[in-house]
Design a protein around this ligand. Structure first.
Ligand SMILES: *Cc1c(COP(=O)(O)O)cnc(C)c1O
Length: 443
């Protein structure tokens, strides 16, 4: 875009001025509406989520055997939900901002198999594809005990097929590990920012890793191209996949059950605020969809992005979605936050969810490092930088009385509320790497 075009865009949509200046900012969505009014635009419904949930149940006996770390949960890949009261106090002190309500952490960072939120969508899409192939070949039917998938016959069958994906790291880990375990030939096209240890881990699992000098968008485009013209190769399209999205969405009903177990009430008088780190949008979008279906209008979802990669804020606030990239407005898309270094948002997710998301905000990498250090000290929980993006949300929401009023949220409701930070990754970060992250917090 030219200077003049950017200025015109900022005049129409002032928050984009903050983005251009790389200032930490928040955008509250003026178009947010009720679930009832917003749902028809998603194009998916409760039955789609139920279908995904049943599919994961069918695979559970197989997963429990293939990944012993899931045996305790009988093959269901789910993460802990924990209260973080000490971090709550730290945030209040550091920001000089009271946070009404209680602070919780959803530790997708510690999901089995691949240690990030991608263990939801990525694994689900591989399983869906495997089920389809095996069913079409007459080898599998929904009533079977899926533990038979670990047999040599199935491995030989899947080895005739290929799976390809473009990734900044974590999606590659999930899809690579899951596909290789089933027996597929799998290629992960990795962007320049992907960590060396993630590439090494994939290679250990027998995954082909192709490296690019460019960013995520290029890795995806190359992956897509490589898969074209090969009818036995399935390309997992992080930018547009409804299957991935549905894999993430199952988190909603699971979280609801976890809150019930912990005695946490979510209803009109006890609203829930959820803060989700956002890259291309599938993960946070799918989870938010599941949350909306589980909690209706009692849940408010906000997306968090690095100041250098605010693609969803840019796409939603301008209404241009995937027709604009952060590079178009002069932003470099360089961030230490793996998984969030995405310059152009998913067109599907932005459009599907634009009426159901309460807003987006940005934070810079240094803020993530500070939060990472504080969480380690306060709660002894270690995450990767991107997973801290959600942690900057509660103080923003609590500081904005005008927004609370607009949503008719009373002081009493805020006091009764639950703030849930979605910790999206970090469980598999090697100790030396983690030590470097911990060094980066300001003293
Ligand atoms: C991928 C990822 C996200 C965001 O998911 P998208 O689907 O790309 O929006 C957030 N955090 C981490 C750690 C991730 O790997």
């Amino acid at each position: 875009m030219t200077r003049t075009e950017i200025t015109a865009l900022i005049n129409r949509c002032p928050v984009i001025g903050d983005l251009v200046e790389l200032k930490e900012t928040i955008w509250f969505n003026p178009g947010v509406t009720s679930l009832e009014a917003g749902l028809p635009y998603v194009g998916l419904d409760a039955e789609d989520i139920a279908d995904a949930s049943r599919r994961l149940q069918r695979f559970a006996p197989y997963l429990a055997g293939a990944f012993p770390e899931t045996a305790a949960s009988a093959g269901i890949i789910e993460s802990p939900l924990v209260a973080i009261p000490a971090m709550h106090s730290v945030l209040e002190q550091r920001y000089g901002q009271p946070i009404a309500g209680k602070l919780w952490l959803k530790k997708d960072s510690h999901l089995p198999v691949s240690g990030s939120i991608k263990a939801r969508g990525g694994i689900y899409e591989v399983l869906t594809h495997a089920e389809k192939l095996a069913t079409q070949a007459g080898l599998l039917s929904p009533d079977d005990d899926y533990s038979k998938l670990s047999g040599a016959k199935f491995r030989a069958f899947f080895s005739q097929y290929r799976i390809a994906v473009g990734s900044t790291g974590n999606l590659g880990l999930s899809i690579g590990i899951m596909s290789a375990r089933l027996g597929f030939h799998v290629t992960v096209h990795m962007s320049a920012d992907a960590r060396a240890w993630k590439k090494a881990k994939l290679r250990e699992h027998g995954v082909d890793v192709v490296e690019y000098e460019q960013d995520y968008g290029v890795a995806v485009a190359q992956g897509r191209k490589a898969a074209q013209g090969d009818s036995r190769c399935f390309f997992i399209d992080d930018e547009n996949s409804r299957t991935l999205f549905l894999g993430y969405s199952v988190a909603g009903e699971r979280l609801k059950a976890q809150f019930q177990q912990q005695g946490v009430v979510v209803d009109r008088d006890h609203p829930l605020f959820v803060y989700l780190p956002c890259g291309v949008g599938g993960g946070p979008g799918g989870v938010a969809f599941g949350l909306k279906m589980a909690f209706g209008d009692d849940v408010h979802c906000l997306f968090a992005e690095p100041t250098h990669s605010p693609c969803m804020l840019l796409g939603m606030s301008s209404g241009l979605h995937d027709a604009i990239s952060v590079q178009d407005i002069g932003i470099d898309n360089l961030t230490a936050a793996d998984g969030l270094a995405v310059g152009r948002a998913s067109g599907f997710v932005g459009r599907a969810m634009e009426r159901l998301i309460d807003g987006c905000y940005t934070l810079d990498d240094q803020t993530m490092y500070d939060l990472l250090g504080w969480l380690d000290e306060a709660e002894n929980i270690r995450l990767e930088p991107s997973a801290l993006a959600g942690m900057a949300g509660p103080q923003r929401v609590c500081a904005d009385g005008a927004w609370q009023q607009m949503h008719l949220l009373t002081a009493q409701q805020m006091k009764n509320s639950t703030h849930l930070v979605w910790a999206t990754g970090g469980g598999m970060v090697p100790p030396q790497e983690m030590a470097q992250y911990l060094e980066k917090r300001r003293r």
